[in-house]
Design a protein around this ligand. Sequence first.
Ligand SMILES: [Ca+2]
Ligand SMILES: [Ca+2]
Length: 380
Amino acid sequence: MSHSITSSSVFKQPIVIGFISLVLTACGGGGGSTSTPTPTPTPADTTKPVISITGEQALTIGFGELYSEQGATATDNVDGSVSVSIAGSVNNNVNGDYELTYTASDAAGNTATATRVITVFTGNTSPESYAGYNLLWSDEFSGTALDNAKWGYDIGGDGWGNNELQYHRPENASVEGGFLIIEARKESFGGRSYTSSRINTKDKFSFKYGRVDIRAALPEGKGLWPALWMLGQNFSTVSWPYCGEIDIMEMIGGNGLENRTVGTAHWNNGGVYESNGTTKKPYAPVSYGGNYSLSGTETLANAFHIFGLTWTPNSITWYIDGVQYHTMAIDSGASLSAFQKDFFLIFNVAVGGDWPGSPDANTVFPQRMLVDYVRVFQQN
Ligand SMILES: [Ca+2]
Ligand SMILES: [Ca+2]
């Protein structure tokens, strides 16, 4: 898949294709002959060369993805093969359409041109501040390793309650070039055929109410299941679903679903405890979700997007790139009481599982989720 952000393409510098001068070889007469027969008039060449662009005439590349120019050839009715010059440039770190112009001329001075358009998706950004809010906590992932003061790891390969196929290891999470990188690999470890990573802020950072912005570019392909989400800080004592879960973003890859983000809240219907305050309510998980699909050829995998959440005592609302696509009312009544307590963050890339199904023959590994930053704001 040419649009994937893979291990080899993340940190490429913008490439610039400079103007290549066209050098024409003059087709001069031989000269030097003594007896000159009457010249046969040659019809003037008024036909320009035909340019053939190698590869696609219009294509898209993702953030940081190397653009590889395949060139063009030109054939002229009189001169045969003639050279082609290329003008223009592609900056793979800036959104936009880039036009390359190909020019070929014959000896008679007839000039042909053709163009190729390369669309670069680098994605969206979000404001660094919001009126009425303070920055409570953030990670810009600007160091060279995961900040252990902010994050810990979930480790293991027990399927995580969803029959997931990967073994989560610290080795698959890294910080490079300003990004958190979680890489899903096809490799055997701990009895599993895939490895990946899952990090969380449990017991290091939790919060109640606020605004979360996460800038991320996602992996792609059938069986990939990246998630940016939260659990109630009381998860260890009351367990799921009693603790509550807020999924800021989930995507399941394959079948063109890389354009869809899903936001969901999960809780236990009826709440956590009976009126005596100690006996658990019956296990009755319920959820309420919404989703949003990008239009066009831009996906969650070939560009960065902002996955946002606002959470107040009255509601939880989900956004992509500042566009609201889902909201739910919450209150302090028993059933939704989980959402009036602290939550902590979890970022992971799962492989397989009940929802996405298994990778197929078209799934390319390794796959990466890049997180540029996570910022948590709270109202003043
Ligand atoms: Ca010609
Ligand atoms: Ca960053």
